[in-house]
Design a protein around this ligand. Structure first.
Ligand SMILES: [Zn+2]
Ligand SMILES: [Zn+2]
Length: 86
């Protein structure tokens, strides 16, 4: 469901990054930003988040999905647009 009222904070290797759509260099190589917390405040650390992707015709590609294993909240990257139905 489209929800533009909250935006997650993203980090790479523990550093907050401004753009969740690009890759950032780390000592281990280029890495994709991941959200720190779900909307309900649960920390999305190792084993606490399910990472996947879902195709979306509206954005012409895929959303990365981070699903909180505590509450089931799904963060879409890029964020959903009006009319998204997944
Ligand atoms: Zn949660
Ligand atoms: Zn979508």
């Amino acid at each position: 469901m489209y929800d533009n009222s909250w935006r997650p904070i993203y980090t790479v290797d523990g550093r907050v990054v401004p753009d969740p759509l690009r890759l950032y260099p780390t000592p281990q190589g280029m890495a994709e930003p991941s959200p720190v917390r779900c909307r309900n405040g649960h920390h999305l650390g190792a084993n606490r988040v399910l990472v996947g992707s879902t195709p979306c015709p509206l954005i012409g590609g895929h959303h990365r999905t981070h699903t909180c294993r505590t509450c089931g909240y799904v963060i879409y990257t890029p964020q959903e647009v009006p009319g998204c139905k997944h």
